[in-house]
Design a binder for this molecule. Sequence first.
Ligand code: NAP
Length: 286
Amino acid sequence: MFPTGQTQLVCLLGSPVSHSISPAMHNTSFDALGLDYSYMAFDISEENIKAAVDALRTLNCKGFNLTMPLKNAIIPYIDELSEEARLAHSVNTCLFEGGKLKGYTTDGIGFLNAMTDSGIDYKDKVITVLGAGGAATSIIVAAALHGVSKINVFKRKNSTFDSVVDFADRITHASECDVFVYDMADATLLEFCLQESDILINATNVGMGDEDKSLVPKEFLYKDLIVTDVIYHPAYTRLLKDAKAAGCKVMNGKYMLLYQGAAAFKIWTGQDMPIDLIKEKCFTED
Ligand code: NAP
């Protein structure tokens, strides 16, 4: 479908964006549903974010996604934050509506929906999360608000450790879920927490560039633990390979990407993304 005089613009802001699958995912969906929208990607640095938002408002843009390094940097320009975005202090989807800029985070719900798609039940379960960066905090907030009973977070004991402890306290108060933060260097505690966990989530970038690295000794993995990774390239990180060898059910981050996009699509258009079509056209099987 070619753009018309009434085409609504949605886009991605961040840097780099040239590798992004989001334009293919959204434009294929618009086309399939006959929606007069068009999705583009713009390479925008942190210094240019205000100018970019002003320009998009002037152009009557419908909304936009944010990727690295803008998920926190956008917050001062948002008029209304969703509860999940406020708690996670992260925004990956914006909507211009009624003269206001509304901010949402769909990464966490994207991860939960990917688990559901993979047949993983997270309700009332105990989860261990590795890392406390943008992806991790969005997942922790969504998991806490959507029925996970306990979350153990393992994080390096560096200058941001105390702020993650504060974050965990806020989430514990805002939900029915208890969130604890531990030092990643404490292997004994990690093994103990994995023993009591139903699901492990690697939400760090360890295993992406350094493909032979994993934060979890393979002896800690056991058959009944479900092991997941936010990374989708490579399709199987060292952690997921070790987990498969230990007989665990595994899931990578591929469908987190799909479902965060589907949630954004719903915010902009009010319609469901055609999931099966997008899996077939935009997500090649591994
Ligand atoms: P981020 O905000 O920079 O956070 C990275 C986290 O990893 C931090 O908690 C960091 O620890 C931790 N970390 C990095 N190296 C480590 C190491 N050697 N040992 C222990 N911890 C380490 O990044 P992000 O945006 O959350 O992204 C994390 C990963 O998620 C990336 O691989 C990204 O591609 C992926 N991701 C996937 C999706 C998807 O849709 N599948 C969406 C978003 C992100 P410190 O806090 O101690 O620095």
